[in-house]
Design a protein around this ligand. Sequence first.
Ligand code: ASP
Ligand code: MG
Length: 467
Amino acid sequence: MRLVIKYGGTSISTAKDIKTITKNLHSLSKKNQTIVVCSAMSGTTDDLIGISESIKKENKSKGEQLASKIINRHKQLAKQLIKKSDIQKKLLKKLDQDFTELLALIDGMVLLGEVTPRSMDYLISFGERLSIKLISSALNDLGKKSIPLTGKEAGIVTDSNFGESKPLMDTTRLRTSKVIDTLFSKKTIPVVGGFAGADQHGHVTTFGRGGSDYSATIIGSSIKADEIWLMSDVDGLMTADPKIVKNAKLIKEVSYVEAIEMALFGAKQIHPRTFEPLLTKKIPMKIRNSFNVKNEGTLVSSSPSKTVKNTVKCVSYVKNNGLIDIRGGSMVGNPGTAAKIFETLARAGINVMMISQNPSESSITIVVKNTDLDKATSSLEMELLGKIIKRLEVTTDVSIIALIGSGMRGTIGVASKVFTAIQKNKVNVSMITQGSSELNLAFVVKNSDANSAVRALHNAFTLDKIH
Ligand code: ASP
Ligand code: MG
């Protein structure tokens, strides 16, 4: 099999963990053509973002402090991890080159006193540049041929939308398959850094936080992989967050569309674009635990087997949002009202998570993150209040609860079951949406009611009995 195996940051944070995963890779690569994609070690990307914050605040010493933290952590790990002295020496030398470049970049950014989207991407791509070298050397230490490649070196070409780039798939496919096939023919395991690629001018770009998942599927689709495995510290997708629901179960199979919904809402954060490259090629993906390889995890595919078609597969939530109820008499029967509202919000850079409008058209309700709430209300007030909008009513600290499962489509009685269960728990619902795809039924409650709503639904749909 051609296998793309992606490790999240929490799977590669200590020497012990890296040893565990490289041993697994060693045995997997005996029977399969294996390519590894990895994130930065957990916390590194946050520290790099911290450096950019301190540059913005002209706090050079804080930035340097964070850079030393990153440097020392990787150096120490290299020494703990690699036994063979020649391999260790080579690794430390390669890391040193990256450290020099990182410090020079920080100096440059400090001198300019600005953080542009382009320099930001260059800066935050360093986490993966460092982690791939550790993993690849650890494989060498076990006697395996392996080389580290940044996304750019692996041939991932993107547009120039720094911070949130998209791959140019045709070019990427050509370049990546060539690079990887050459390595496979030499029986060498490529260890590719996730999260980043480069635009057509060679400038480093990133896919946004959590983007290594996306890198894995971009590469998988480019090299016609048979399977893609996303390895992290959880067993797979669950029927609910096990922190809230004690008897939450692992979901064995879901479809791509369900997985997309679950990625947006779920406890297991997956980059929202991750599934895009898989849709046409229909490459199956497994979401698995790096440290519990006996467990098969969750299989994500285009056509899950019939036996697992439960009506509802999981109940998830997003806490800490704000709800804005937008009212105004002149909104009724007035085409373009919604367009104006959403245009205003878009210009302010606000991401709208949920929308509903009642058929009388006298109000539109939206949900945004709590952190976006002030910006959203002030931009609406400034541009539209007194014109098409008469009144804005804001509720903070609300949670979105979402039921996900393609079996809801055309099934009668789902909504009544949901709201009966909620009512029994005396939870007030302030907004409801269901897209016509019927994949996702979502509603809004107070933060303080979120846990009991999740538990009530998990019970009502007996999700602990899912198989
Ligand atoms: N290291 C990047 C981040 O923390 C990408 C990833 O982990 O997938 O967002
Ligand atoms: Mg991640």
